[in-house]
Design a protein. Structure first.
Length: 184
């Protein structure tokens, strides 16, 4: 495990430290900052001691030099659009990047995740959050599913379509479950 930690830190260190946060948290709830591996471990221990009964894991993310985060919304593994949120307007990427580049990268990232975790449910709403490093490389910050925010440009037209597709997906899924239950 230590080899992975050291590699993770070496490959993702932009000199800005690390964010140690719990899942299911938004807007800095249970978010700690660390500058070294020792601090990361210390922050994880504190979170575990405080929250072990209710939080299943802790995430460690590199703090990026550029805070601009792109959020790509996918449905049924197909990228639909780059989400627009109030926090998404901060900063610029270090190099020009097109929406087409972001959509392609998000689709590839989700495909790689799905191959590595074949039991993961990726056929409904997914969002791939992407940063760009100082060197211009795109990196996945996190993958979100089920209730991922999916604000949309174009006055909500695409969001309304995705909302409807998500509703239809779960209706179909529930009908299948109920149908199987009644067959028994």
């Amino acid at each position: 495990m230590h080899l992975f930690l050291f590699r993770f830190i070496r490959e993702n260190d932009e000199g800005c430290g690390w964010v140690v946060k719990t899942p299911f948290s938004t807007n800095s709830h249970n978010k700690k900052y660390a500058r070294s591996l020792d601090e990361i471990i210390q922050k994880i221990k504190i979170q575990y001691e405080d929250l072990y009964h209710s939080i299943p894991y802790t995430m460690v993310q590199a703090t990026m030099a550029n805070k601009k985060e792109y959020k790509v919304v996918l449905f049924n593994c197909e990228p639909r659009y780059v989400s627009i949120t109030p926090n998404n307007s901060r900063g610029k990427a270090f190099s020009d990047i097109t929406h087409a580049d972001l959509l392609k990268y998000a689709e590839s990232a989700l495909r790689e995740f799905s191959a590595a975790c074949p039991a993961a449910l990726v056929s409904s709403l997914m969002r791939v959050d992407i940063f760009q490093t100082k060197l211009g490389k795109l990196v996945v910050n996190e993958l979100e599913s089920l209730e991922a925010d999916h604000h949309c440009p174009n006055k909500g037209l695409k969001k309304a379509q995705v909302d409807d597709e998500v509703r239809q997906y779960y209706e179909t899924l529930l009908k299948c479950v109920l149908h199987r239950k009644h067959l028994k």
